[in-house]
Design a binder for this molecule. Structure first.
Ligand SMILES: [Zn+2]
Ligand SMILES: [Zn+2]
Length: 173
């Protein structure tokens, strides 16, 4: 969905839409439910709204595909990319508000939404809070069942080794 900035009316614009968002090129687009409000001040556009979407991600511990629901509210200001490097530069660097850019009078709402989604995706997604992950020795998914290596670690003679493995695991993370 692309909007011509100059066509945003004085009183602002409000929309509720379903937008197909391409997060990566390997999967088909995800449908985002978007509520958005736009206000224009000269060439500046204030965009605020919310995005609801469910994306498929790999759990960082057990590597299983998992659906992650995202519900994010945002507020961001957009200015014409053409203005950068001009006399407005100083003013720009002084600002603290989240700032984005549009060009040729065109604001791509899909890009606005995609950016908000990418900002909300955790660095290490989990399928569930208490995911046990994979056994570092045999690779078994410990959510399904314990493996023999794990039982071995309860052997007191192997305790120092287990401790060492634990340290290695912590270092790797
Ligand atoms: Zn998991
Ligand atoms: Zn194991």
């Amino acid at each position: 969905m692309k909007l011509n900035v100059s066509s945003i009316p004085e009183e602002g614009l409000q929309q509720e839409v379903e937008l197909p968002i391409i997060i990566n090129n390997k999967t088909k687009p995800y449908i985002a439910h978007v509520f958005i409000k736009l206000f224009r001040y000269g060439r500046r556009v204030l965009v605020e709204g919310s995005v609801k979407i469910s994306v498929q991600l790999k759990c960082s511990r057990c590597l299983r595909e998992t659906a992650l629901p995202i519900d994010v509210a945002f507020r961001e200001e957009y200015i014409p990319a053409e203005d950068i490097g001009g006399e407005n530069e100083q003013e720009l660097t002084d600002r603290e508000l989240d700032l984005g850019f549009y060009s040729n009078d065109e604001l791509d709402i899909n890009e606005v939404v995609k950016e908000q989604i990418l900002l909300s995706v955790p660095m290490k997604p989990l399928c569930r809070e208490m995911c046990r992950g994979l056994c570092p020795v045999c690779g078994k998914d410990l959510n399904e069942d314990a493996c023999n290596c794990r039982e071995g670690q309860t052997d007191p003679r192997l305790a120092p080794l287990a401790k060492f493995k634990e340290i290695l695991k912590v270092r790797k993370e």
